[in-house]
Design a protein around this ligand. Structure first.
Ligand code: UDP
Length: 193
């Protein structure tokens, strides 16, 4: 699919509904893909943080989170269809994961938050299988990866804040057995309420 370059980052030009469709296809495909949703703050950070820039450039699917990216695209003459944030995408995915029997793991935020988020998600989508949770304050990536793999999941919501989550997803995509990793910023705090 052709990408649209804005402020140095190549984005998918899709609506939220199209992003859900594409991510579900990736969740059912072989391999592990990761999704990032840069906003202008992340674009700016990429200029100074080469490691973050590589992690964003290495993502399989890049969506514009923030009206600033949409405005810059319009001004640059390459408009994007709409803003699609990580949290919006995650929210729209939940009923579809439930319907298709795709399993979800929640990784990130302070201890207790992912569990609370899982409880709230379960209350709304009782047939959705949440295989496990893990807080985002681990020192050793391998330990978090082992927890995710042991639980077994198709989709992992990775809510470590930026730039940690983007770098984590790039570093660990090979080791993780899930098919989709979705960077969610502080999204688990929101699901936890
Ligand atoms: N977070 C985490 N591990 C870390 C740093 C942050 O799990 O090492 C979580 C934090 O608890 C919060 C989310 O990442 O749920 C976003 O963190 P923060 O507010 O620092 O970042 P921002 O919202 O600016 O991306």
């Amino acid at each position: 699919m052709p990408k649209t370059r804005v402020l140095g980052i190549a984005y998918e030009n899709v609506t939220l509904a199209e992003a859900v469709r594409d991510v579900l296809a990736l969740a059912q495909a072989d391999g592990t893909a990761y999704v990032v949703t840069p906003n202008p703050e992340i674009s700016e950070a990429c200029v100074e943080n080469e490691r973050l820039a590589r992690a964003v450039a290495g993502a399989d699917y890049v969506l514009p989170d923030g009206i600033g990216v949409i405005m810059a695209a319009k001004i640059g003459g390459t408009p994007l269809k709409e803003r699609v944030g990580g949290f919006d995408l995650a929210t729209a995915l939940l009923p579809e994961l439930e319907r298709r029997g795709l399993r979800l793991f929640l990784l990130g935020a302070k201890p207790g938050v992912a569990e609370k988020a899982a409880e709230n998600i379960h209350a709304r989508f009782p047939a959705l299988c949440i295989t496990g949770t893990h807080d985002g304050y681990f020192r050793d990536d391998a330990q978090a990866v082992a927890a995710v793999n042991a639980a077994g999941a198709d989709v992992v919501f990775v809510a470590l804040g930026f730039p940690r989550q983007e770098i984590f997803m790039q570093d660990n995509r090979e080791a993780l057995q899930a098919h989709i990793l979705l960077g969610l910023g502080g999204g688990l705090d929101v699901f936890a309420g």
